[in-house]
Design a protein around this ligand. Structure first.
Ligand code: ADP
Length: 165
């Protein structure tokens, strides 16, 4: 097994994502963190470039991790980039149905396998959408996201210039 793909929207990256990526980087020679350019997610808080900057800073200590963008079918991106496997984090039973279906569809499309890592219990309640919601209303999300991401959230919601109502 050489290359793994960790896909997501990372809007923004949380300590839960970082935990999954760090653990993937221990098991695979190369990890590509693939940021989805999703046209359906019109209400994203951070731009793709901002998300990439936050990921790059958060993952700078991992020498075998790179960041890329993709749109369209993940399995085609995987094939084009020489990825052997997809790695997803599983938080709770609520993730399971959809992730299982997606993994089976991807397997059917190109034969690629998906590996699931169980989330650390420290982060099983964490999602980017909840972090955005809590931060938007002034809640403290330090300890759930890297310090520099927390700074960006504070700047976005308290420092003016917010693009998201
Ligand atoms: P979110 O659901 O937080 O918006 P993404 O869509 O960016 O996150 O998800 C990317 C991947 O990261 C998915 O495989 C998801 O299961 C995983 N993930 C997200 N949050 C966590 C967490 N707290 N612990 C483990 N895995 C997570």
């Amino acid at each position: 097994m050489a290359t793994a793909l960790c896909p997501g929207s990372f809007d923004p990256v949380t300590l839960g994502h970082i935990d999954i990526i760090e653990r993937s980087a221990r098991h695979f020679e190369r990890v590509i963190v693939a940021v989805i350019r999703n046209p359906q997610k019109t209400q994203s808080l951070f731009t793709l470039e901002e998300r990439q900057e936050m990921l790059a800073e958060a993952l700078a200590h991992l020498g075998n991790v790179e960041i890329a963008f993709f749109k369209g079918l993940l399995v085609e991106f995987a094939r084009d980039n020489g990825a052997d496997a997809i790695v997803k984090g599983l938080r709770a039973v609520s993730d399971f149905d959809y992730e299982l279906q997606m993994a089976q569809m991807n397997q059917r499309l190109t034969g690629i396998d998906t590996f699931f890592l169980s989330t650390s219990p420290l982060y099983s309640f964490l999602s980017s959408s909840l972090v955005r919601e809590v931060a938007r209303f002034g809640g403290d999300v330090s300890g759930m996201v890297p310090g520099h991401v927390n700074q960006r959230l504070l700047a976005r919601f308290t420092g003016g210039g917010g693009e998201d109502s």
